[in-house]
Design a protein around this ligand. Structure first.
Ligand code: HEM
Length: 667
């Protein structure tokens, strides 16, 4: 007698001619004459595959093993899943059955669900080909021949093919389009091979036409670039593409110093938008935009605004705004002790910068808001549409030029008109000792007939553009810094207490806070610097190569279409230069430790001749506001909001919009 078993599942199927399995699909037949026991399985499924044992009830028992492989026959139409054929042309569909264990008894063809094997139809023929394939031919193709063709062999999974019928001419057009796309793809590949041609390692996943633009423009882009920075190990540079423009990430501090300081004349400019409209032509005078000698001229006119002497004169003005900030916070905490940082410090920095830049009192702190605040907010947080428009102007400036597309917004016009109005007032004799006065004095000096012909002639449009620039460059950066520093002081209370102690000592010794004493605070300064290290509002800076440059290592020539980028955030967090970079340790910036900082690794205000012109002003503004705040309030985290969240929107690195702290008045 013979027993059949499914060995891999330990399932007894049959004993003699008795079926033991509960499945009715099994049966056994015994041919005495041939001494054969045959196991049959109906409706075979994939789960039937496996090891089968045929055991003889002899002593000792003898077994035979069989592997059963289950395959599924399927139809395959060559060249699928879709074809385009022109009207009047012809097409042939070949269908073959794969993995069939037996010859299919028929192969049917369907067109849009209707069987066509036996349907007499003009120009359509079905012919068998060998045992397991069939051919469908259509000649003199008409529109009606379009649709889905199905090949359905007996006991096999059917296959589909979509036939698109196109006007003969369209097929040619299609061929041209395909060829054009292929050429464009080839061109894009060639452009994005710039770095590999030069043997420079480049970031992975550069996409046709856009390169690495998507992750570079995405939220929290400093995390993307930081990942690249970490992955590239000892390489000093890394190639990327903004669309097709090659960008060189410079990640070695020594090289950063060489390019930004020593060989500055090769990298003197920033990447800039072209302005094509007469009305916004004054924006070409922005310090951030001007190039080469023109930049030198504008910078030399603006620099005197930021000397220690000038800042000292402005100090009382800024201190007055810091006092208004304290009054504002005191009023606010009567209704809610948790203060929105960015909003509050934004009102303060806007008051300071608009007062110091062109003598406008915005009353933001006394009224809690102002038209100025609305306009400046709109400018510092551009919409997605505006970011796209700016990207377009960078990539296809010639289109913008031809179409005279405007880059500026109604907010730009608002500030332009405010400055022009103030210039008119100053020309009538009004003076405030602010940036606007300094620029107008420089212009007057140049116009003096006895003065030497200036290398660079200061025009009205330069004064207008740069008064406006100071607002844009100084408002958000400083408000962000104040928010981040206060948050760190709330998190690390012992530093808060020690800074307060330092300030009280200064007042004890000098009676009051002065420009000199505030600027010379040691721990307050260290706390600000350490916050700027951990959270640099400008997380990267860049320069346009202006003159071909030979880099020694790696040995490459940087051509004038290349933009170099310095990943400030990554250099600030590199454990090779900073011990425990994720830990808040202001001691690193105390005078006795400052010389341990590796130069070229700390760049919150950039580096070289084109660094931040407003650095000292920003530090003065930040320090006096922090000093007054700490002398008036104990600051602490809102329970449950102890983690600093960053705002991922592209642009500046900021604390998240709703970051709050509790302000408790000190006795
Ligand atoms: C904490 C606040 C600030 C931070 C973190 C900051 C940071 C920076 C950085 C990183 C740069 C680029 C430097 C480079 O490429 O090497 C820059 C440029 C600049 N900043 Fe600031 N900034 C701040 C405040 C200010 C203020 C208050 C003003 C004006 C009153 C200002 C005006 C400018 C200008 C005009 C430039 C362009 C300089 C040029 O191209 O010659 N910044 N800033």
């Amino acid at each position: 007698m013979v027993t059949w078993m499914k060995r891999d599942e330990d399932q007894l199927l049959t004993v003699g001619s008795q079926v033991y399995s509960s499945e009715a699909r099994y049966s056994v037949s015994h041919s005495r004459h041939q001494k054969m026991w045959e196991l049959s399985i109906r409706d075979v499924r994939f789960s039937d595959a496996g090891l089968y044992e045929c055991q003889l009830t002899t002593h000792p028992p003898a077994s035979l093993f069989f592997w059963l492989r289950v395959v599924e026959a399927r139809a395959v139409i060559r060249g699928g899943p879709a074809v385009h054929v022109p009207t009047g042309g012809r097409f042939t569909l070949h269908c073959a059955v794969h993995l069939a264990t037996e010859t299919p008894s028929y192969i049917f063809w369907f067109h849009n669900g209707t069987m066509v094997n036996f349907l007499p139809r003009r120009g359509l023929r079905v012919e068998p080909r060998g045992h397991a394939s069939s051919v469908l031919r259509v000649s003199r193709v008409m529109w009606q021949d379009a649709g889905t063709y199905t090949c359905e062999p007996h006991r096999a999974v059917p296959a589909n093919m979509t036939v698109h019928v196109v006007e003969e001419m369209w097929l040619e057009v299609l061929a041209v389009v395909v060829a054009l796309v292929a050429v464009l793809l080839g061109y894009s590949k060639y452009k994005r091979a710039y770095w590999s041609f030069r043997g420079v390692p480049s970031a992975p996943n550069s996409l046709p036409f856009v390169g690495h633009t998507v992750p570079l423009m995405k939220k929290a882009s400093w995390l993307y670039t930081d990942k690249l920075y970490r992955e590239q190990g000892a390489n000093k540079v890394l190639g990327l593409y903004l669309f097709h423009v090659p960008r060189l990430f410079v990640t070695d501090p020594e090289l950063v110093k060489t390019l930004l300081v020593k060989d500055f004349d090769h990298f003197a400019d920033r990447v800039n938008l072209s302005i094509n409209n007469e009305e916004e032509e004054y924006l070409n005078e922005l310090l951030t935009k001007v190039k080469g000698d023109h930049w030198k001229g504008v910078r030399s006119v603006l620099s005197p605004s930021f000397t220690s002497g000038r800042l000292k004169t402005m100090f009382p003005l800024v201190e007055d705004k810091a006092d208004q900030l304290i009054t504002y916070i005191k009023k606010q905490i009567k209704s809610d002790p948790a203060i929105q940082l960015k909003e509050t410090f934004g009102l303060y920095t806007l008051e300071v910068i608009s007062s110091c830049a062109f003598g406008v009192e915005t009353n933001a702190l006394t009224d809690g808001n102002s038209i100025f605040k609305e306009k400046v907010d709109a400018l510092s947080k551009p919409s997605k549409w505006r970011i796209l428009k700016i990207l377009g102007a960078l990539m296809i400036p010639w289109v913008y030029k031809i179409l005279k597309i405007r880059i500026s917004t109604p907010e730009n016009t608002f500030f332009k008109e405010v400055v022009e109005e103030n210039i008119r007032k100053r020309e009538k004799g009004e003076k405030r000792g602010d940036f606007l006065d300094i620029m107008l004095e420089a212009r007057e000096d140049q116009q003096n007939p006895s003065a030497k012909t200036p290398k660079y002639k200061l025009e009205n449009k330069t004064v207008v553009a740069n008064s406006f620039l100071f607002i844009i460059a100084g408002f958000d950066t400083t408000a962000t810094t104040l928010s981040l520093v206060t948050f760190q002081l709330a998190r690390y209370k012992h530093y808060q207490d020690r800074v307060r102690e330092e300030l009280r000592e200064i007042i004890k010794e000098n009676g009051t806070l002065t420009y000199q004493t505030v600027m010379e605070t040691k721990l307050l300064d260290a706390v600000i610097q350490e916050t700027l290290r951990m959270y640099p509002p400008a997380h990267a800076t860049e320069r346009q190569c202006t003159k071909e440059y030979k880099l020694a290592e790696p040995e490459i020539t940087i051509t004038s279409d290349v933009v170099i980028t310095v990943p400030i955030w990554s250099l600030h967090h590199d454990p090779r230069y900073w011990e425990a970079p994720g830990t808040f340790m202001p001691e690193r910036f105390l005078p006795e430790n400052k010389d341990k900082i590796v130069s070229g690794t700390f760049l919150p205000f950039g580096l070289g001749p084109r660094n931040c012109i407003g650095m000292r002003f920003a530090l003065m503004e930040t320090k006096i506001a922090l000093a007054k705040t700490l002398l008036n309030f104990q600051i602490s985290c809102v329970p449950g909001e102890e983690e600093l969240m960053l705002d991922p929107t592209p642009g500046l690195l900021r604390a998240a919009k709703n970051t709050r702290l509790v302000f408790t008045p000190l006795e």
